[in-house]
Design a protein around this ligand. Structure first.
Ligand code: Q0Z
Length: 294
């Protein structure tokens, strides 16, 4: 009986079972834009995202338990505890972007949160807000009200997931802003362990699960450039691509520039040279109890 069984594929990740109690999450170098996976990979993108998630898991352990068991030497694979996942996405927004901005513009509210009048696109919110969404099987995640989310997971579990999500976002946004990166919003996934405790799972606080913006270019009143994918978006717009499958292949300079942005985000946030991560992925876990060198 094989011990590593492929369970499924995400757009840019693969999921395997390791025996009965553990999973292996493998982050590929695939990149998606406008919801389409492009035919060209960004070398080391999966390693950057895996390392960032590991860094955040290690540094938020005291705020919230998480699923991380180990990073594999390949730097792109995470061994984790297998949990019973909640059927909601726990989105936290600190700034008005994407569907949050659209909803505010139309209704003055975002997922039941009444916001002050006069806000403009990309403005920072007075306080971060929790805006749960459903995990749509096909297509886009759909914003739901707190009441709908409570019906899906129970009121007490939702309260706990909200508190943890806001605390995690505040911690990470403050850390990143000190390194000139705005985390405008982010999406967490939680599961419950055998004892019914909430555990942070999946990837966390990466540019694929969040909006990262360069703080030095922050200008409210318009959409902000993406820290990681802006070269890709600009190139795709320039080609006249209609944003349906298949996407365009990326030229070498766009690939190199995009890889450099991912590596820059990693190094800014972790304070660790990416070469050191490649040599020893556990470097990002230093500070975690029991991690690092003996
Ligand atoms: C994560 C996903 C991917 C496809 C399930 N610790 C966990 N326990 C139970 N389930 C999950 C986790 Cl992380 C879990 N996904 C998302 C990842 C490919 C889907 F790599 N699905």
């Amino acid at each position: 009986m094989p011990d590593t069984v492929h369970l499924g594929s995400g757009k840019v990740r693969e999921l395997y079972a390791l025996g009965t109690d553990r999973l292996l999450l493998v982050a590929s170098d695939r990149i998606s834009t406008f919801d389409v996976v492009l035919p060209t990979e960004i070398p080391d993108k999966g390693r950057v995202l895996t390392g960032l998630s590991g860094f955040w898991f290690a540094r938020t352990q005291s705020l919230c338990p998480n699923h991380l068991l180990a990073l594999r030497p390949d730097g792109r694979s995470t061994e984790c505890r297998r949990l019973a996942m909640l059927p909601i996405e726990c989105v936290v927004r600190g700034y008005l972007a994407g569907s949050g901005w659209k909803d505010y513009w139309t209704t003055g509210e975002v997922c039941g949160h009444r916001l002050p009048p006069g806000l403009t696109e990309s403005d920072r919110l007075p306080e971060p807000i929790f805006t749960p969404a459903t995990k749509a099987q096909s297509g886009h995640d759909e914003n739901i009200t707190r009441e709908e989310a409570a019906r899906l997971v129970g009121a007490d579990t939702l309260d706990a997931a909200e508190r943890l999500s806001i605390a995690l976002y505040r911690f990470a946004a403050r850390h990143a802003l000190g390194r000139d990166i705005i985390i405008a919003d982010t999406k967490f996934e939680f599961g419950t362990d055998g004892d019914g405790r909430l555990v942070l799972a999946d990837e966390a606080l990466t540019p694929d699960s969040s909006r990262f913006w360069p703080a030095d270019q922050y200008t409210p009143g318009r959409p902000q450039p993406s820290y990681d994918k802006q070269f890709v978006r600009d190139y795709c717009e320039k080609t006249g691509w209609n944003k349906t499958y298949p996407g365009p292949p990326l030229p070498a300079d766009v690939v190199a520039g995009t890889r450099a942005r991912y590596v820059e985000a990693f190094e800014r946030i972790t304070g660790i040279a990416f070469a050191d991560y490649l040599a020893r992925p556990e470097a990002v876990l230093a500070g975690a109890a029991g991690a690092g060198r003996p």
